[in-house]
Design a protein around this ligand. Sequence first.
Ligand code: NAD
Length: 264
Amino acid sequence: MRSVAVLGASGRMGRLVLAEVLDSNDLTLAAAVGRMGSPTIGVDAGILAGRQECGLSVIPLGPGAFAGADVVIDFSLPEGLLAALPFLGDAALVSGTTGLDPIVDAALTERAAVAPVLTAANFSTGVNLLLDLVARAARALPGHDIEIVEVHHRHKRDAPSGTALALGRSAADARDAALDQVAVHGRIGNIGARSQGEIGIHAVRSGGVVGDHSVTLGAAGETLELRHSAISRSVFAQGAITAARWLSGRAPGRYDMKQVLGIG
Ligand code: NAD
């Protein structure tokens, strides 16, 4: 039995991860950790997850919060993830939090020197396959214009989505370019014709959309579209659980979802 702690336990994703852990036969819940001052502190984690009481209440992030956990699954915010790093002990870390800046990324790399760390902007199998397909298409169609459009629910804080950036990086890497140098985020005004090689990235926010990503490769006479639609957030929670099972007991280092799924 591996024991799993959940950081961001009261959030949309955290509750689904709690449910997956409580429903599984091979995982036990070590802790459900939330933000200090959150109204869900003290609430039974089973109730939060829409299950029966499990006897473990949500606790605030702090020293000892992850005691006894083999793996910590994080779906919080970049500042929550950064604040949690000193309290992880020996636990492996699976993080789905997006919008990570270079400071958080460097802290994760530092953590990976002592314990395994897996980060993924998207835990769905389909999106991880899409990352590979986009790289192949970008390489095979070097003159086609690449445009990425992502659509998410109105509550999403970071833009563009981590998945859109990962798709952009896949395409740019395949063309030996740096995404930072070729990305154009949205367009407005009299900006002139599109330049060869740029990768357009556009973020739409609408109602309750779980997460749609499309990548189009356009030439004068044709358009190829590669598209993924997440229908339920459970797909991300299940992917994170798969990653946690895979990561537990591995050597220190940084890992990604493609390794878990054997893609690419
Ligand atoms: P949410 O706002 O519903 O939940 C975030 C939770 O984190 C909240 O409960 C909040 O209280 C908690 N939190 C924030 N700061 C904290 C802190 N300092 N200490 C402890 N807890 C803290 O958001 P969500 O929709 O569940 O998404 C969470 C993150 O996961 C976002 O970055 C989102 O983009 C990302 N996400 C990733 C995937 C994926 O597959 N990788 C899928 C969906 C969402």
